[in-house]
Design a protein around this ligand. Structure first.
Ligand code: TNX
Length: 516
């Protein structure tokens, strides 16, 4: 009798949480799923004595150490110090170091080794260490993401993770043109994608409804073109200083910003700002509706190309990344015989800035330069045509990866022209087999776009983005051989606690059992 009470009591204790040992490393629910996980006995326990050591004198490594400390300190209350080490293991610490060339890990991979005494994170490059830091966050209880001191047992299960991405491009696009979003919102979005090891944020900076980036030689673009948005609200724009601040914030999280100026269509904001960009020399009216495909730059005017040269040069000068995105989609009122030479000329203009061109799949109708990239969103035929010209493809298929598509018929925000994308549909596709004739070797990576015709604030962004975003991160990072919806949805459900801790307004899809 007494014995069975004791046994029951023990079982109950096991179930109450705080005294339960963390599940072994191979039972962890990391997203994106790592390449290899080998569990070992024991756990590493964070304490007020734990320090973060970076090996060698490197400002960049110290910054990654500080990032980790800033993530772990608020909830634990431990105030983890970042120190420099000569490489000798210091008991009870987390050690970040760059290793000799571990070719399998590439530029973004890492190895994380956890024992009772130490956590050792190694990588070839700082980006790999930063990715490993995201894994450390996910190995701790979800409360680690909270900003006030929490009670929990801060343990990392022992073992070794070796991990590296399937694709080098993994990210999101945010449309800041239809509705404008403040710098603080863009930064929050950057933080959220960084946690899932994404490394690209594509900003759609100009469309019919608004021009959102300061161009010093063409000031009306922002004073007039940036003055409104869908629905007639006041719009807004980023000064070049603000844009540089976004770029820097992203770079500190190993995220590249790709700026897009859409042309020759989707240009009403520019056409309303400068009469000379119109074939009839008359400025258009500002536009606050949501139609697409009605505007075009005047493709046979000299001033048009002067304008593009100035815009692209200024954009290149504030963008350290190698890409400028020229849009090129839905130019329904540009004749094909004008569109093709236009795109060819714009490729030359961008080449003169030293950058590489990305454009939506329609640009494959033109003659692509060797360094031009095609972003597939709608027409397989266009993307295939790009590949036949030797271009690499970025996968953003509307029917699979558009974050503005509604989840189902009950979703209030968003659109459904490409169909409904429930969380399972968003997850269950493979970039390398989606389009005939386009294989892994032709693909740079995956970008999930959020168009903002119906999206007006950060909480709405979060609702459309979560919980689909971790799925896109996993499609970009993890091998398709190890992916299945039935296994993934369990891991996703457990992320629900993290979404809560991060105060993310996510869509609680009924297809997933969300842990509270
Ligand atoms: C199509 S995707 C567009 C955008 C719209 C989006 C809405 C693409 C290259 N063009 O202009 O915002 O659909 O889902």
């Amino acid at each position: 009798m007494l014995k069975s009470i004791l046994v029951l009591g023990f079982v109950a204790l096991q179930m109450t949480g705080s005294i339960v040992q963390a599940a072994t490393l191979d039972k962890q629910t990391i997203i994106p799923k790592p390449v290899s996980v080998v569990p070992a006995k024991g756990t590493f326990k964070l304490s007020s004595k734990t320090a973060i050591f970076v090996v060698g004198e490197s400002a960049e490594l110290k910054q990654i150490g500080s990032f980790l400390s800033a993530k772990l300190s608020p909830a634990t209350g431990f105030g983890l110090k970042v120190k420099t080490s000569d490489g000798k293991k210091v008991a009870g610490s987390i050690v970040l170091s760059l290793s000799a060339n571990d070719t399998q890990l590439g530029d973004e991979g890492y190895q994380l080794t956890i024992s009772n005494n130490n956590v050792s994170l190694t990588a070839n490059k700082p980006a790999g260490l930063f990715n490993g830091v995201q894994t450390i966050r996910q190995l701790l209880p979800a409360k680690i993401e909270m900003t006030t001191v929490q009670k929990a047992s801060w343990e990392l299960p022992a073992g070794t993770i070796r991990d590296y991405p399937e694709y080098s491009f993994r990210g999101v696009m945010l449309d800041v043109a239809r509705h404008f979003f403040q710098v603080a919102d863009v930064k929050r979005y950057i933080d959220l994608i960084a946690g899932y090891k994404m490394n690209v944020m594509h900003l759609h900076l100009a469309d019919d409804q608004g021009w959102r980036i300061e161009i010093k030689k063409w000031p009306n673009l922002t004073t007039i073109g940036g003055s409104t948005q869908v629905g007639g609200g006041k719009g807004g724009f980023y000064t070049q200083e603000e844009y540089k601040d976004i770029v820097k914030y992203a770079a500190e999280r190993y995220i590249m910003i790709i700026p897009e100026i859409d042309m020759p269509g989707h240009t009403n904001a520019a056409l309303a700002s400068y009469p000379e960009l119109n074939c009839n020399d008359t400025a258009t009216k500002l536009y606050t509706g949501t139609e697409v495909g009605f505007s075009t730059l005047c493709t046979d005017k000299k001033v048009t190309y002067q304008f593009i040269t100035d815009v692209m040069s200024e954009l290149a000068s504030i963008t350290p990344g190698p890409y400028l995105h020229i849009g090129g989609d839905e130019s329904h009122v540009t004749k094909l015989e004008d569109y093709i030479p236009f795109v060819n000329k714009v490729q030359e203009i961008v080449a003169r800035t030293g950058k590489k061109v990305i454009g939506w799949d329609e640009i494959a109708l033109s003659t692509l330069q060797p360094n031009t990239f095609v972003q597939y969103w709608a027409k397989a035929y266009n993307a295939q045509r790009g590949v036949k010209q030797g271009a690499k493809v970025i996968m953003s298929p509307g029917a699979n990866a558009y974050l503005d598509m509604q989840y189902d018929t009950s979703t209030k925000l968003g659109l459904h022209w490409a169909g409904y994308i429930e969380v399972d549909k968003g997850y269950s596709w493979d970039p390398a087999t989606l389009v005939p004739g386009i294989g892994k070797e032709n693909i740079l990576g995956v970008i999930a776009p959020l168009w903002s015709e119906t999206i007006t604030n950060m909480k709405e962004i979060e609702y459309m983005v979560f919980p689909r975003l971790p799925g896109y991160a996993e499609i970009g990072w993890s091998s398709p051989a190890g992916r299945s919806w039935s296994e993934y949805k369990v891991r996703l459900g457990i992320q629900g606690e993290r979404f809560k801790a991060l105060d993310i307004n996510y869509y609680p899809s009924k297809l997933v059992t969300w842990s509270k």
